[in-house]
Design a protein around this ligand. Structure first.
Ligand code: SF4
Ligand code: SF4
Length: 166
């Protein structure tokens, strides 16, 4: 019938006219964000084996993994770096990692004045990951408990836990 579209449109306008506004006064006010939202990438060194599956899965080529062999047959992770200047947060590296060592989550307010600060080496990535664990009761974004700090070997590249998840 002629005019029903206009009436429907006006009805929607009227309904929202008397509702409270949805506006959030960011950054003073922050809406709750799910812990595993694709806000950033968190790399957990204690879970990483250095297998490079994530780097092979990344379509942008922004993950660099460099390893050297250990006497026990595992790998030392000499370098693990993510170039967030290129990253499009697609999450393919997260899906590809067999050990859930790289997970979606982390800071949303990650803007920087200096472009090159978005290139993060394993120390910067570990700092981000540790900050997340401290703020979330030592729980990974996937809901699993992280080992306590004194259970994580100080020697970088010796994973404490390598449970394959799928
Ligand atoms: S989120 Fe996507 S673009 Fe970013 S590092 Fe992972 S695979 Fe690469
Ligand atoms: S983050 Fe996962 S896929 Fe990437 S090197 Fe470590 S264990 Fe392998």
């Amino acid at each position: 019938m002629f005019g029903t579209g206009i009436a429907k449109g006006l009805w929607v306008t009227l309904r929202y006219l008397f509702r409270r506004p949805f506006t959030t006064q960011y950054p003073e006010e922050v809406r709750p964000i799910p812990v595993d939202a694709r806000t950033n990438l968190l790399w957990f060194e204690e879970r990483c084996t250095g297998c490079s599956t994530c780097a092979q899965a990344c379509p942008d080529g922004c993950i660099l993994v460099q390893t050297s062999p250990r006497e026990d047959g595992a790998l030392n992770i000499d370098r693990y770096e993510i170039d967030f200047r290129l990253c499009m947060y697609c999450g393919l590296c997260v899906e590809a990692c067999p050990y859930e060592a790289i997970q979606a989550g982390g800071p949303l307010d990650d803007a920087t004045y200096f472009f090159d600060e978005l290139y993060r080496d394993k120390h910067a990535l570990t700092k981000m990951a540790q900050k997340h664990l401290h703020e979330h009761d030592h729980t990974y974004p996937n809901g699993k408990k992280a080992p306590l700090e004194d259970e994580i070997p100080l020697h970088i590249g010796k994973p404490a836990e390598r449970d394959r998840v799928r």
